[in-house]
Design a binder for this molecule. Structure first.
Ligand SMILES: [Zn+2]
Ligand SMILES: [Zn+2]
Length: 397
């Protein structure tokens, strides 16, 4: 039977699993309830399952019966966000302050579906498939931990190709896939700045070293840096999202703290902005006789799709589901993804899948991370089918 028909036949079970995961969301690197559900769903399949040590990941390896071929890796992230769900769905989060607002519950269910569909085709597969169920995508770098624990070599040799799907609650119509060659998602660098001054009485600033005007200058200078140092066709975004200093109007504080996110779309621009921003922060503080510290944390590199693999994924979507189910993505997205750590080492593609529930207009629907974001179950079968077809065709290439 065709992959799409097989996938449609298990759509109800995938929706059931997705809703169970959705109702009990977990954040971060430790997702014991989610891990349990994935392990139960894989139970009975002819896969070798291992669990992570540093995180509650699940790695499953399916060894094809037709031997000899390469290894293909398929990845789903499993974690939720610290958001209080306001969708009103009957399977909405039962855990206060936590929500699957980025659709990772769908990714997990689709990858379970692919594991089932590929297991049924095991005898004909010339090679192995690694199923990577990953916690901690939302800022915890879970993919990096799984790479350190060997996921890329889980089948005994390095994966030759890697694919991930990501659902979107807006912008794309339900069932429409989208990707592009080259940069797909931004690099995200989180920068924490502290301007160290010397506190004092607000009426006598000459006896103090006021960190507030210096911090203000840094905020503005960072925006000037963006416009004067970077190619407009290789853009950089710097946003100071948090600025904290002081307690009241007549006390000069000791320090000011800023939290900044920096987005870039090439390794060159990323290296340049990291170096230039830190220099500017130090030198601006120093110009006023103060000091500053600037530290990066939890950063993700640019997610870069391999040209050949992105083209391949595009062809597979059109072939499997029809030309009208694919929309080329003109520009990279400014969000970031830790699948970038996988694509830094293995050629592959990150593919978006529209999951905006009809008849809601994707142009105005609440986007991923919103407390109102709704993802339609009906895309699960096609997501599982695409994962399956990508693996089958790539193994046979
Ligand atoms: Zn997200
Ligand atoms: Zn996500």
């Amino acid at each position: 039977m065709a992959v799409t028909e097989d996938a449609a036949a298990i759509a109800g079970e995938l929706a059931h699993l997705r809703r169970a995961i959705h109702a009990e969301p977990e954040t971060g690197l430790h997702l014991p309830l989610t891990q349990e559900k994935i392990l139960a769903a894989l139970d009975g399949l002819p896969v070798e399952v291992t669990r992570g040590s540093a995180l509650t990941s699940v790695t499953a390896v399916l060894r094809g019966g037709a031997g000899g071929g390469p290894v293909v890796l398929l990845r789903a992230d499993m974690d939720a966000l610290p958001v209080t769900e306001r969708t009103g769905l009957d399977f909405a989060s039962r855990i206060d302050g936590t929500m699957h607002a980025c659709g990772h519950d769908l990714h997990s269910a689709m990858l379970v579906g692919a594991a089932r569909l590929l297991s049924a085709r095991r005898a004909d597969l010339p090679g192995s498939v690694v199923f990577m169920f990953q916690p901690g995508e939302e800022g915890y770098g879970g993919a990096k931990f799984m790479i350190e624990e060997g996921v890329l070599d889980a089948a005994g040799e390095r994966a030759a190709a890697a694919y991930a799907l990501h659902v979107a609650s807006a912008e794309l119509s339900a069932g429409v896939f989208s990707t592009r060659e080259g940069p797909m998602m931004a690099a995200a660098d989180a920068l924490n700045i502290t301007v160290h001054g010397r506190g004092g009485h607000g009426s006598q600033p000459h006896h103090a070293a006021d960190p507030i005007p210096v911090a203000c200058e840094i905020v503005t200078a960072l925006q000037v840096l963006v416009t004067r140092t970077f190619d407009i066709f290789d853009p950089v975004v710097i946003t100071v999202g948090s600025f904290h200093a002081g307690t009241t109007n007549n006390v000069i504080p000791d320090e000011a703290r800023l939290q900044v996110t920096i987005r870039s779309f090439s390794a060159d621009a990323r290296a340049l902005v990291r170096e230039a921003a830190v220099r500017l922060i130090h030198d601006t503080a120093s110009a006023h006789g103060l000091t500053a510290t600037a530290e990066f944390e939890n950063s993700y590199p640019v997610t870069v799709n391999d040209q050949r693999e992105a083209r391949f994924a595009t062809e597979v979507v059109a072939d499997l589901l029809g030309e009208d189910r694919f929309l080329p993505q003109a520009n990279p997205m400014a969000g970031a993804e830790d699948f970038s750590f996988v694509l830094d080492q293995v050629p592959g593609a990150f593919v978006m899948l529209g999951a905006c529930p009809p008849p809601v207009d994707p142009a105005t629907a609440p986007f991923n991370h919103s407390a109102f974001a709704v993802f339609d179950d009906t895309v699960l079968a096609d997501g599982a089918a695409l994962f399956t077809e990508l693996a089958v065709r790539r193994l046979n290439r």
